[in-house]
Design a protein around this ligand. Structure first.
Ligand code: ATP
Ligand code: MG
Length: 327
């Protein structure tokens, strides 16, 4: 049976924001993450994809409990960690690690990478001897010459430093890694190397990951399952192969056809996404994508929020049109 590592149930994160118009001060709510559900099993890589501002990073940070949540539950290996305080979270922090977009800002520039690794070792009570042993193994794992660990971040290339960021994330032997736009700042060729490295590590170490990216082609390359987000909600979710052979949601279709690169799943006509996504400000009832959707049915899509439903085995979609076609 598959071993469950992460499960989120009805997860919500709302932000209170104040809009300061000249006439009145209004308090508004941004629903950055709004009722999200999924499970990540051991050895699985789940992709989260969507435009800027759709809530990907907020979702990631909530799962790692880097911020308080507004509702719902987060389970780590079956334990509810949704409301634990900092002290109670310490043993879990060790087991859930993060790789960020920009490795230069995620390392302390005044320390060598080795010093950074030893500092983490110290905080989490791993002896110097054990840290030394792990550093050696990790440099092999991320396929870098051992001596590079003695350099400062500014003496390393972006690709080298991102490999070291992955090594650092692995230092405490975590059960779960969250990678937020981990290859977005790198050249395309280096991106491919890092993605292949993550796939190799999944094989050799049984890594379980959540991989956040705004690029569908990147998540397609590494993920077993993909969640497509739009303004805080999930609009489509499916195993990667199934998704790319049957893209059902108009938003996912637009995302893929907006790519200049040819893709087998791409329709002949490019669908342009008009305008920018609104902010996830509370918009009331109706499909959040309706104002930009070429299939929007007035009176239905803009009035009734579509539910996420399983349309094909393992393939979930929240769209009135898809639902009516499948009936
Ligand atoms: N601390 C905060 N206070 C108020 N609003 C916030 C805060 N953090 C995020 N938001 C809002 O929540 C929404 C989601 O932001 P988030 O950073 O999660 O998006 P994202 O999908 O990661 O975008 P990107 O691709 O640009 O990284 C946005 O509308 C953002 O403005
Ligand atoms: Mg983000």
């Amino acid at each position: 049976m598959a071993e469950e590592i992460i499960r989120v149930e009805h997860l919500k994160k709302y932000f209170d924001v104040r809009s300061n118009s000249l006439l009145k001060k209004e308090k508004k709510i941004v629903k950055a993450v709004d009722d999200i559900n999924f499970t990540i099993n051991k050895g699985q890589i789940l992709g989260i994809v969507g435009e800027s501002g759709c809530g990907k990073s907020t979702l990631g940070r909530c799962i790692l409990r880097l911020m308080p949540i507004s509702g719902g539950k987060i389970y780590f290996k079956g334990t509810d960690i949704s409301t634990l305080n900092d002290k109670q979270l310490k043993p879990y922090r060790e087991k859930m690690q993060m790789v960020f977009q920009n490795p230069y800002s995620s390392f302390n520039p005044t320390m060598t990478v080795r010093q950074s690794f030893f500092e983490i070792g110290k905080v989490f009570g791993i002896g110097n001897e054990e840290t030394e042993k792990r550093c050696k193994e990790l440099m092999e794992n991320v396929r870098l010459p051992e001596d590079l660990i003695n350099r400062h971040p500014n003496e390393l290339s972006g690709g080298q430093l991102q490999r070291l960021a992955i090594a650092r994330a692995l230092l405490l032997k975590p059960d779960f890694i969250m990678a937020d736009e981990a290859v977005s700042a790198l050249d395309v060729s280096v991106q491919a190397q890092i993605l292949n490295l993550l796939l190799d590590l999944r094989e050799s170490l049984g890594l379980t990951m959540m991989f956040i990216s705004h690029e569908l082609t990147v998540v397609e390359h590494v993920c077993d399952e993909i969640v497509v987000m739009y303004l805080g909600t999930v609009v489509e979710k499916a195993p990667t192969k199934e998704l790319f052979s049957n893209i059902l949601h108009p938003y996912t279709q637009a995302l893929i056809s907006a790519k200049p690169k040819e893709h087998p799943a791409q329709e002949t006509h490019r669908i342009m996404l008009e305008g920018e996504a609104k902010s996830a400000m509370d918009m009331g009832e109706g499909c959040k994508f309706a104002p930009r959707c070429r299939f929007c049915q007035k009176g239905l899509c803009d009035a009734k929020t579509p539910k996420l439903r399983e349309i094909r085995p393992g393939h979930f979609v929240a769209c009135h049109r898809v639902e009516s076609e499948e009936k």
